[in-house]
Write a protein that binds this ligand. Structure first.
Ligand code: MG
Length: 396
């Protein structure tokens, strides 16, 4: 674990044209439920050594990124990049100096990271920052696995000796004073083109230290890389689980409203609302998972809540509040206990109705029925109860 003395600021560069993505804006591409750039910034923000982040994006993208709800709190600026990577990095560096004058400390560590590398780990970020603090400049490098060939048109010209070769990753880090010196010698808008920060430093004869890279620190370059990133990122988001339970007696009237559907011919359940115990238990499970209290407090069974309000309205309001708090439904498991009516033929309809209410695929919802085994008021046919477990995932 890197020490606090290696605290670093990060410039995340994603102003390129994604030419190898067939025109797709790869940073905006949805990966495992949120934009690729959101994952990358989240990974940097989660690294203990990273204090402030400046994002460099294509000019037409900066406004949208700056107001995105997934933007980490320590992003201090989102600025437009240039035509070449070095101009984009320089724009980010200028913004960092302007926005964080207290960081004018010459020995401050600046990390430059590809926006298209969402899988970078906190350990690697900390290791690069620590190496920069000690040596002045450092980059992560992974061994080259494939045998390398120098090509001569469509023919193989020669095999390149692999020993001594490595592939450079990001974040690349450099002490602030060394980077400023490099920019003095090679202005970012000058004729020389440097493909990464290490190349710029090499041109200035500034030694660049090597730290072991992470094989999983994939750079999304081709469309197929998005699928690889999605596989690696699935399940990385925080999830929480809640339970809900409700029970209503049968009352006068019909039809029965249960699980978001109507069952013609079956007696209704009593209640200030429409008596849909299954959706009430679902709403409580979602409130439990998101830490937002319970349905009774949100919708008191008195004049403050409209009489006969549909369970779907209650669930809809709970989903809206959960979304505002940064959560969305992921899965639901529900058991409805009822000796009457027979529910087996209606469970798929309930599943589909709940999936639509929560905006999740039907296979994320499971609705089961139990007869109550003739035990308790449900078993005696006097009431219906429902037990729900719901899982939500963080959206930011
Ligand atoms: Mg209820």
């Amino acid at each position: 674990m890197a020490s606090r003395s290696a605290a670093a600021d990060a410039i995340v560069v994603g102003a390129g044209r994604s030419t190898r993505m067939g025109g797709m804006d790869k940073l905006a591409a949805e990966v495992a439920g949120r934009p690729l750039l959101a994952w990358t910034l989240g990974a940097l923000a989660a690294a203990p050594v990273v204090e402030r982040i400046v994002v460099v994006a294509a000019p037409e993208r900066t406004a949208g990124i700056a107001r995105a709800d997934w933007l980490p709190a320590n992003v201090i600026d989102v600025v437009a990049g240039g035509d070449r990577r070095q101009e984009s990095v320089h724009a980010g560096f200028v913004a960092l100096i302007a926005r964080a004058p207290d960081a004018a400390d010459e020995a401050g560590v600046v990390l430059v990271h590809d926006a298209a590398r969402p899988l970078v780990g906190s350990d690697l970020i900390g290791a690069v920052a620590a190496a920069v603090a000690e040596h002045g400049a450092a980059i992560p490098v992974v061994p080259v696995a494939e045998t390398l060939k120098r090509l001569d048109g469509e023919l193989v010209g020669a095999t390149v000796e692999r020993a001594g070769l490595g592939a450079a990753q990001t974040p690349q880090g450099v002490r602030r004073d060394l980077l400023q010196e490099a920019y003095r010698r090679f202005p970012a808008d000058g004729p020389e083109t440097f493909t990464d920060e290490a190349a710029l430093l090499e041109a200035c004869s500034i030694p660049v230290h090597v730290v072991p890279g992470e094989p999983g620190n994939l750079k999304v370059t081709l469309p197929a890389d998005l699928d690889r990133a999605a596989l690696a990122l699935a399940g990385r988001r925080a999830t929480r689980t809640g339970i809900g339970h409700d029970s209503h007696r049968f009352g006068p009237g019909a039809p029965l409203r249960l699980g978001g559907v109507e069952l013609d011919g079956a007696p209704a359940l009593a209640g200030h609302s429409d008596g849909d115990v299954a959706l009430h238990a679902l709403a409580d499970a979602l409130l439990g998972a998101t830490g937002l209290g319970d349905l009774g407090r949100l919708f008191p069974a008195d004049e403050r809540t409209p009489r006969g309000v549909a369970g779907a309205v209650l669930v809809g309001e709970v989903v809206r509040r959960a979304a505002a708090a940064g959560w969305r439904p992921l899965t639901v498991d529900m058991t409805i206990v009822a000796a009457r009516p027979r529910l087996g033929a209606h469970l798929d309809r309930m599943r589909d109705a709940i999936a639509e209410l929560l905006d999740v695929p039907p296979d994320a919802i499971n609705v089961k029925a139990s007869s109550g085994n003739l035990d308790g008021p449900e078993g005696a046919g006097r009431s219906i109860s429902a037990l729900v477990m719901a899982t939500v995932e963080a959206t930011r």
